[in-house]
Structures are given as structure tokens and as C-alpha cells.
Design a protein around this ligand. Structure first.
Ligand SMILES: [Zn+2]
Length: 88
């Protein structure tokens, strides 16, 4: 029987093939949900789904698209916001 904290589903289960050929269960922390656009809540592309330490060690350019409001707004919302700002 696994330890009590491994019996709950709060940890992700990975089937890892060990060198002996046997498949063993490994337990990892779950990844956070996908990043969403703050305006239309569409799933943002180019934003990795990683936990905070890995995100912290990642270069800034790999964390979000290189454009205004990258990582906060989807490209369509960013475009309409900028067009609206230019018109007003
Ligand atoms: Zn959007």
C-alpha cells in the first residue's frame, strides 16, 4: 500500500520504465492550468504550462509572446485594444 499522501489524486501519476524493464509508478506535482486571455478567456498560445520554479529559471522570452500585452491578452484582443486606442 502506498503512503497516504500518494493515495489521493492531488499528485500526478507517471508510469516510468525503469532500467530493469519494469514499469513503476512515480508521483509528480500537477501542472497549473493553461494561461487564458484576460479579456475573452481564450487559451493563450506560447505560454508554457509549468510550475513556478521552472518558470522562474526560464528566460523571459520563452514565457510569453514578444508583443505588446503578450501573455495577458490574445492577439485578437490586443489588436482591437490598440486599434481602439489609436482611434480615440
Ligand atoms: Zn482575447
Amino acid at each position: 500500500m502506498p503512503e497516504p499522501y500518494k493515495r489521493s489524486r492531488s499528485l500526478r501519476r507517471l508510469q516510468v520504465k525503469v532500467p530493469g524493464g519494469r514499469i513503476s509508478l512515480h508521483y509528480r506535482n500537477r501542472k497549473p492550468g493553461k494561461a487564458e486571455c484576460s479579456n475573452c478567456s481564450a487559451v493563450l498560445k506560447g505560454v508554457p504550462r509549468e510550475r513556478s520554479l521552472k518558470m522562474h529559471n526560464m528566460p523571459k522570452t520563452k514565457k510569453r509572446p514578444q508583443r505588446p500585452y503578450g501573455g495577458n491578452l490574445c492577439s485578437r484582443c490586443m489588436r482591437s485594444l490598440i486599434v481602439g486606442k489609436a482611434r480615440s
